[in-house]
Each structure stands twice: as structure tokens, then as C-alpha cells.
Design a protein around this ligand. Structure first.
Ligand SMILES: [Zn+2]
Length: 260
């Protein structure tokens, strides 16, 4: 049997799809590659050949299985600090609702505060948002238009229905869906008409204000269905992630998504 066939057969038998390919956890991979190297270093004084064989076998196992030590996904979840996990992309961009943006929207009469402390959009403001023409489809020019950026600023990426505009890898703004882009375009259109100098505000301030409006939408601006708040906790291999969402059940898209 040719060697390549043996390698393929072995790879096929070892391969764990839930921990490799796009599911690979880079935190677990890094921990396991470090462990493999440590084992090889310990073996070098005893036998150089054994060290090379052990290192090759260990790295192949990490490559095909995603991990070497059974249970590493659980161990990293328990013991790796979240700040370290964040290096491996385990904690997506946190989008928080800033107090000051709510205060500004309240001062302008665009938000109303109910007796139980909840915010709601002013009905007239909400009607003007609903009257704006919706955007065609998510695009770089739409994202730049929303943030009042020149036509070449930032790079636009889309991944699994989420959209990000980044500057040299640093996110300027992120949207969890096309519905969120739609809502932001509407709010920006109303603001830029209402306030002189709106387009001179820094993009992060514009993004924060638009996000505050979006987080208060009680009826979908696209289809008029009541929006719903949901909280879901799901387990990834390295962390327990709680996601809070404001969604439109009709459009089946989140307006705001918060990960904790
Ligand atoms: Zn909708």
C-alpha cells in the first residue's frame, strides 16, 4: 500500500470534524502544540529519534483531531482566562449600550423613558425612520455611507450574515445582520437631515448613537412585526457564551447582539 494511502486512511480514521477545519479551536490547538513540544524536549536527552517521532505523532494528532490531550476543550474553557481566549477570537467584539448616547437621544426627545426605566422611540421619530427608503443590499458603500466615511475608507467584510467595517484590522463598526444595516441607514438619514454637522462626527460616535436607536426598536422598521428580546447561552469548546439579542421574528434577523 503506498505511503500516501496509509496517511490518508489514518487521517480519515483520526479526523474529528467537530474540532478541525472551520470548527478548529485555536486556543486548544496552541495549548496542544505547546504540550507536544514540551514532550519532545523532555525526550531529547533520552533519544533524539524518539523525540522526533513523538513530536511528529503528536502534531499529526493535533492536526487531525484538533487536540492531543482528551478533554483539552473543557480544560481551556475552565482554566484559560477570558482575556487570553480573546486573543484567539473567542470573545467577539462586545457591543455595549453607552449611557451617554441614550442621554443625548433623551435630551433630543428621540427616546422616551417609561416609568419602569425602559426606553422607547418617540412615535414621531419612529414614523420618520419607517418612511426612509430601505437600502438595496449590504455593501461597503452602504457601511461607509452610514458612518459618513469617504468612499475608500475602511475594509468591509461579511461573514455568516454579519458585517464589519475595519480600519487596518481594527473594527470601526459591526452589524449583526442586514436588518441592522437597514435600521442604521434609516436613523442616519433622519439625523443627517435634522442636524447640521452630523457628518463631521467621528464614525465611532455615529455608530454608537445609531446602535442606541437600533436597540430601542420595538417594531421592525422593515416589516412592522414586534421585535423580541432573547437570551441564549451556548457552549463552544472553550467558553460558555451568553448572547442577548433583539430580533425581528418575521425577518429572522437580529437588530442588536450582545455577547457576554
Ligand atoms: Zn422584520
Amino acid at each position: 500500500m503506498p505511503l500516501s494511502r496509509v496517511t490518508n486512511d489514518l487521517g480519515g480514521r483520526l479526523r474529528r470534524d467537530e474540532y478541525t477545519g472551520s470548527n478548529r479551536c485555536w486556543a486548544c490547538t496552541a495549548v496542544n502544540v505547546a504540550l507536544s513540544a514540551l514532550v519532545a524536549v523532555v525526550l531529547i536527552p533520552l533519544s533524539g529519534v524518539a523525540a522526533v517521532v513523538a513530536l511528529t505523532g503528536a502534531l499529526a494528532t493535533v492536526y487531525f483531531r484538533g487536540y492531543l490531550v482528551p478533554g483539552t476543550p473543557e480544560l481551556t474553557k475552565r482554566y484559560l482566562p477570558s482575556r487570553l481566549l480573546a486573543w484567539f477570537g473567542k470573545q467577539p467584539l462586545t457591543v455595549s449600550r453607552e449611557e451617554s448616547t441614550d442621554a443625548w437621544l433623551l435630551s433630543q426627545g428621540l427616546l422616551r423613558e417609561s416609568s419602569d426605566g425602559d426606553f422607547a422611540l418617540d412615535p414621531e421619530f419612529k414614523a420618520s425612520l419607517a418612511a426612509v427608503d430601505p437600502p438595496q443590499s449590504p455593501s461597503a458603500s452602504l457601511a461607509r455611507d452610514i458612518l459618513e466615511l469617504p468612499p475608500t475608507d475602511g475594509s468591509f467584510t461579511s461573514q455568516q450574515g454579519r458585517y464589519t467595517l475595519s480600519d487596518d484590522g481594527d473594527p470601526i463598526a459591526a452589524w449583526p445582520s442586514s436588518l441592522a444595516l437597514d435600521a442604521d441607514l434609516r436613523a442616519k438619514a433622519v439625523f443627517s437631515e435634522r442636524y447640521t454637522g452630523w457628518n463631521e462626527r467621528p464614525p465611532d460616535e455615529i455608530a454608537a448613537l445609531l446602535r442606541s436607536v437600533r436597540a430601542t426598536v420595538d417594531r421592525c422598521l422593515r416589516c412592522d412585526e414586534s421585535t423580541e428580546y432573547e437570551q441564549v447561552t451556548h457552549e463552544t469548546c472553550c467558553a460558555s457564551v451568553t448572547v442577548e439579542r433583539l430580533t425581528c421574528p418575521q425577518c429572522d434577523e437580529p437588530l442588536v447582539e450582545l455577547r457576554r
